[in-house]
Design a protein around this ligand. Structure first.
Ligand code: ZN
Length: 138
C-alpha cells in the first residue's frame, strides 16, 4: 500500500529491523534475476520496534543474533548529542541502519552489485514515516 501498488506488483521480503541475511539476499537476487524487479529498496521505518529493542540490548532466543545486526548502526550514532534512549536517537539509528544494510546488500551480493553496475537495477535506501505515510529516500 505504501507505493500504491496492487497485490503481486511488488516482491516484498519483510524482516524485522530490515537486516540483511543470506535468505533475504537470496530473495532479492531471485526477485531481480527471475522476477524482473528493477529496484531494490531497503525500507526502514520510524519508531521501529526492532531498532528500539536493539538499542535496549534485548537478548532472547533467535532475536539476539538478529538484533546484533543493528548494533553497528547504534555504534555509529553514539556520538549524537541526544538522549540515547530517546526516539530522536532511535530514529537516527533507523536511518543509519538502512544505509548500512544498503552497503551490505552491495558488498554481500555479487549478483545484485553486478546488476547495479550494469545499470539494470538500482539499490536504494528509504525510511517510511508512520505518521505522514511518506517514504523518504536517502
Ligand atoms: Zn520495525
Amino acid at each position: 500500500m505504501i507505493f500504491d501498488k496492487g497485490v503481486g506488483d511488488l516482491f516484498v521480503s519483510r524482516i524485522a529491523g530490515n537486516v540483511v541475511s543470506e535468505d533475504v539476499l537470496g530473495s532479492m537476487e531471485y526477485a531481480c534475476e527471475h522476477s524482473g524487479s528493477k529496484v531494490v529498496i531497503v525500507l526502514g521505518h520510524e519508531s521501529c520496534g526492532a531498532v528500539h529493542s536493539a538499542c535496549e540490548h534485548v537478548q532472547a532466543g533467535n532475536m539476539t543474533q538478529m538484533l546484533q545486526k543493528i548494533q553497528p548502526a547504534i555504534d555509529s550514532c553514539l556520538n549524537l548529542e541526544c538522549d540515547h534512549h530517546s526516539s530522536e536517537f532511535e530514529n537516527a539509528v533507523v536511518f543509519k541502519n538502512v544505509n548500512i544494510m544498503v552497503d551490505r546488500v552491495r558488498t554481500e551480493s555479487e549478483i545484485l552489485s553486478h546488476l547495479e553496475s550494469e545499470g539494470k537495477i538500482k539499490i536504494v535506501g528509504a525510511v517510511f514515516n508512520l505518521h505522514s505515510g511518506q517514504v523518504e529516500f536517502i
